[in-house]
Design a protein around this ligand. Structure first.
Ligand SMILES: Cc1cc2nc3c(=O)[nH]c(=O)nc-3n(C[C@H](O)[C@H](O)[C@H](O)COP(=O)(O)OP(=O)(O)OC[C@H]3O[C@@H](n4cnc5c(N)ncnc54)[C@H](O)[C@@H]3O)c2cc1C
Length: 319
């Protein structure tokens, strides 16, 4: 039995299937892996792709109530039942790979909790040395690389790898597992307009962020600046706590990770917790009256001035 297993919800589409198979192929380095395909009905075509990517066992796990449902809580129940039904995985620390991306990372974390395993999240490298599993993760916005030795499995992880190489169909075992367990009811989402004038942080090419050093009038100017430059607004945790900016716009280790071309930090001191949310590739422009502020150590352009004098002048100039 393989010690690497990839779980692929078929409702996530062909891209997720390909990405998960690419990761499994890379980590297994020719030793083969098992694939668990989760859906409401078996797909001979997907089973064949898995086989051609190197899966030695394919478990088509079907639950009639799944339909097109791709909600994490529902999938956890179905995947949990499937994993309990298949023979014990080989190796000291079996590794379960989910498709890379936010959905896969959420499912990996929920499954680790559900099955008393280890949540490794988004890894940049995974390898076995003998029976030992080593996982590498980036931390602090890419400023640190952690190498983790996993002592106890199963470990649940996501890895972005190259596209898989599909070989000619080979011998592999394809099984169908009928699932009958109770699935929680999928949530029905009610979508409404938020009335937000600004685009989301995700994908923005320019982010103007404010920190504790900026008050309500200052944030109004930051918003005007972001709008006039075609960017969007962010903030530090204290700015969120003070109600200056919604929590969805918090940048940092407990907020969002952003990778704009330009990140304008106004009234932000430059703590590690904040900078963990800003890509190393972003050009940081800092505005702060304290020349000793840490933000100037990472800024490409630093302006030692209070926002009260700088922002109105900048907006006037832009107009
Ligand atoms: C577990 C944990 C998670 C955390 N997660 C996050 C996170 O996700 N994001 C985050 O941001 N923080 C986070 N923090 C908090 C973090 O440690 C800092 O407290 C926070 O980043 C500081 O925010 P700041 O730079 O806005 O405030 P401060 O550090 O107080 O800096 C304010 C800056 O404003 C400047 N200033 C003052 N007056 C003016 C003016 N008139 N014009 C311009 N500048 C002025 C000051 O010189 C100062 O440098 C976390 C902390 C912990 C413990």
């Amino acid at each position: 039995m393989s010690r690497i297993l990839t779980v692929i919800p078929q409702a996530w589409g062909a891209q997720a299937l390909e990405a998960a198979l690419g990761a499994a192929q890379q980590v297994s380095a020719g030793e083969g892996f098992a694939a668990v395909l989760i859906s409401s009905q078996p797909s001979a075509q997907d089973a064949e792709w898995a086989t051609r990517a190197g899966a030695r066992q394919v478990y088509q796990s079907v639950h009639a109530a799944l339909g097109e449902c791709d909600e994490a809580q529902v999938l956890v129940a179905a995947v949990g039942e499937a994993l309990r039904a298949i023979p014990r995985l080989g190796g000291e620390v079996p590794l379960v790979l989910l498709p890379p991306g936010p959905q896969g990372e959420e499912l990996a974390a929920l499954l680790a909790d559900h099955l008393d395993g280890q949540a490794l999240g988004r890894c940049v490298a995974l390898r076995f040395t003998g029976d030992e599993l080593l996982a590498e993760r980036m931390a602090w916005g890419g400023r640190m690389r952690l190498c983790l030795q996993i002592a106890r499995g199963p470990a649940f992880a996501c890895l972005r790898a190259a596209r898989p190489v599909f070989n000619a169909p080979s011998e592999s075992d394809v099984f169908t597992i009928e699932l009958h367990g109770h699935l929680p009811t999928a949530l029905t989402l009610d979508k409404r307009e938020s009335g937000q004038r600004l685009p989301p942080l995700e994908g923005a090419r320019l982010v103007v962020s404010g920190g504790r050093g900026v008050n309500e009038q200052g944030f109004a100017l930051l918003e005007a600046l972001a709008l006039s430059l075609g960017g969007t607004l962010g903030g530090s945790l204290p700015a969120v706590d003070a109600g200056m900016v919604p929590v969805l716009r918090q940048v940092g280790v407990s907020g969002k990770f952003v990778s704009p071309q330009v990140y304008v930090a106004v009234g932000i001191s430059g703590t590690l917790q904040h900078l963990a949310g800003v890509s190393l590739d972003s050009c940081i422009v800092a505005i702060n009256p304290d020349p000793e502020a840490d933000i100037f150590k990472v800024a490409s352009l630093g302006i030692v001035a209070p926002w009260e004098t700088l922002l109105p002048a900048l907006l006037d100039e832009l107009r």
